[in-house]
Design a protein around this ligand. Structure first.
Ligand code: NAX
Length: 332
């Protein structure tokens, strides 16, 4: 009999989920396992998920198990292995009669969502559950959720894989190599325009990035702003935020956690700091990670950071500390 895995997706009627959900059951992301899905939405739109489920059925995915939809997160969370927390309130929306423009308001509202979801995950999710927060502000949402869950055996991550994919794409053009020829693309810090994509520690065809890229003018005036502002550029052009690339990045994160990392390689996601690299304690910060052959996800601790990198990372960790201060009441 095939192994089963239970995956909860919030924001299931949103645009990222429309690209993400079918690919959870296509036999690639979780290999041969049968995938049971719990699709979660807010009560106002939850019924729309019937249409998505019809489409999933009509697609004849061989690895699709039971699919439920609900607005009751607690019931969805029971014994789940994976939580993909995509759902959140975007900037600009009217919430309780007020237009949400300020980052502080966004932090409070979305942070509030993650208290309840975190508590339910801590109580009802599997003890080794993995949680990937996609909904913004992803790092601080993950910090709040993790705190509310209070269950150290579960792994809380915020997604920085999309930033890593964007940086790889820019570097592959610069170096004139294929995407697969660039590995160890680490994103340090916050999933925000302060993030630091670490070009110095990539490996391309056996060579370290710092030996391949010495044009600091290009780094400062092209590479960093392009990667850091890519989300905005997509919104400006499409009129909507990145969706299919965000879905692909979430799937890539799941795949990276489900399979042992090749020796000497790493992948990017933000996790709680533990003193490595002298990063401040108690923030969810983008770091290099690896999955062991036993299946646990750990911080890679042997990356060498230049003074340039340390300075950039500090800007981003300072922002994370500020975000944490803005939600202090949710971390008690
Ligand atoms: P959409 O607005 O299309 O979908 C969000 C969905 O979440 C909506 O259907 C909404 O009803 C639902 N939702 C809100 N609160 C919920 C709750 N408490 N429980 C369950 N569902 C809830 O947004 P979409 O384009 O799918 O983006 C989702 C989130 O991803 C946004 O916060 C967005 O900013 C964030 N992103 C994060 C990225 C990352 O790299 N970490 C990149 C892409 C994206 O910008």
């Amino acid at each position: 009999m095939k192994e089963r895995i239970k995956v909860v997706v919030t924001g299931a009627a949103g645009q990222i989920s429309y690209s993400l959900i079918p690919r959870l059951v296509d036999g690639h992301t979780f290999g041969d396992k049968i995938v049971d899905l719990e699709l979660v939405e807010i009560p106002q739109v939850v019924d729309k998920l019937q249409g998505l489920i019809m489409e999933l059925e009509d697609s004849n995915f061989p690895n699709m198990g039971n699919v439920n939809f609900t607005s009751d997160f607690e019931s969805a969370a029971k014994d789940a292995d994976w939580f993909l927390l995509v759902g959140s309130i975007p900037r600009g929306i009217v919430f309780n009669g007020k237009k949400i423009e300020e980052r502080a308001d966004l932090l409070q509202i979305n942070g509030g969502i993650f208290v309840g979801q975190g508590q339910a995950i801590g109580k009802y999710g599997k003890s080794d559950a993995k949680i990937l927060v996609v909904g913004n502000p992803a790092n601080t949402n993950a910090l709040i959720g993790r705190h509310a869950a209070g269950n150290d055996s579960q792994l809380w991550m915020a997604m920085t894989m999309l930033d890593s994919s964007r940086a790889r794409s820019v570097l592959s053009k610069k170096l004139n190599v294929g995407i697969e020829d660039i590995s160890k693309m680490i994103i340090w810090g916050n999933h925000s325009p302060t993030m630091y994509p670490d070009f110095e520690n990539i490996i391309s065809n056996g060579e370290l990035g710092k030996n391949l890229i010495d044009d600091m003018n290009w780094v400062n005036n092209d590479f960093l702003p392009i990667v850091q502002q890519r989300g905005k550029a997509v919104i400006d052009s499409r009129g909507a935020s990145s969706a299919t690339s965000a879905a692909k990045a979430a799937l890539d994160t799941v795949i990276a956690c489900e399979n042992p990392t090749k020796s000497g390689e790493c992948f990017s996601a933000a996790v709680i700091t533990d003193g490595s690299y002298n990063l401040p304690h108690g923030i969810v910060c983008g770091m290099p990670l690896m999955t062991t052959s036993e299946g646990s996800v750990e911080i890679v601790r042997d990356i060498v950071l230049s003074d340039f990198a340390k300075e950039k990372i500090k800007i981003s960790t300072n922002e994370l500390i500020e975000e944490r201060s803005a939600v202090e009441d949710l971390l008690k």
